[in-house]
Write a protein that binds this ligand. Structure first.
Ligand code: APR
Length: 235
């Protein structure tokens, strides 16, 4: 189904990082690392209690030092090496795809490793030890307060124009480790499919939109992906 010339778009969600030890969102009664989503992942939550939200994301950042990419992340980097036309879109804010070697990558929900100024919108990298404390950081340009460079509920995902264009042109669309609950990522499957792309799903549990996949593989991404990528890249 996949050859070197195929235009492949991949969407990943929390499930691909689960085997690295990062918890998914919807497996624990709607709590994210013991917090209600509205408390730590909305602009209203940030307004109401910025110190709590800041501390929460600092913890998530420190966790990145304790985790490593797994065989699922690495298989996707191998697939990218093989293909001429590949785009990886992730809903994850961790950096495990890039650490595994993925290059053409869009973090549609933002990145833990970056901050954005609330006043001038400039974006800065911030994973040095001196950045990871409990005090707010200020912008190097204008001294405004920096916020997490994360797309919260109610905010617009990043780089949607590029994503849309790639979806309209792709031959194969693959969704991995995502529950299909969150708009607009859960609509990518339909966009790609409508224009004739072959659609493949890989997930531990059947996701919301499972009936729309041409092929569905149930199980762990870290076990299934290396086998599939080996099959695709070795004919
Ligand atoms: N391999 C494959 N799939 C897995 C694995 C695994 N090892 N472990 C768990 N899964 C599956 C679960 O069965 C579940 O369907 O991954 C999915 C994770 O779903 P969610 O926790 O809902 O995560 P995701 O779809 O990425 O959430 C989307 O919601 O909270 C927001 O912004 C946040 O980006 C996130 C978005």
């Amino acid at each position: 189904m996949i050859v070197k010339e195929s235009r492949v778009v991949i969407l990943t969600g929390a499930g691909i990082s689960a085997e690295s030890g990062i918890r998914t969102f919807r497996d624990f009664d709607g709590l994210w690392e013991n917090h209600r989503i509205e408390e730590v992942a909305t602009p209203e939550g940030w307004e109401a209690n910025p110190q709590l939200v800041w501390g929460f994301y600092q913890q998530r950042r420190r966790q990145l030092f304790d985790v490593e990419p797994n065989s699922g992340h690495r298989a996707l980097a191998d697939l990218e090496e093989y293909l001429d036309n590949f785009l990886l879109i992730t809903q994850n804010v961790d950096d495990l795809h890039e650490r595994a070697g993925s290059k053409n990558l869009i973090h549609m929900h933002g990145e833990l490793s970056k901050l954005r100024c609330e006043s001038c919108a400039s974006v800065e990298e911030m994973m040095e030890d001196e950045h990871l404390g409990e005090n707010f950081l200020t912008c190097k340009r204008c001294e405004g307060r920096m916020r997490p460079h994360i797309v919260w509920f109610g905010e617009m995902p990043m780089r949607m124009d590029e994503i849309q264009e790639a979806l309209l042109e792709c031959d194969v669309f693959i969704a991995i480790g995502t529950s299909g609950h969150v708009y607009p990522a859960n609509g990518f499957l339909h966009t790609a499919r409508r224009l004739g792309a072959h659609t493949i799903g890989i997930n531990l549990d059947p996701p919301e939109n499972v009936v729309f996949f041409d092929e569905f593989f149930q199980g762990k991404a870290g076990e299934i992906l290396p086998l599939l990528v080996d099959r695709w890249t070795n004919g």
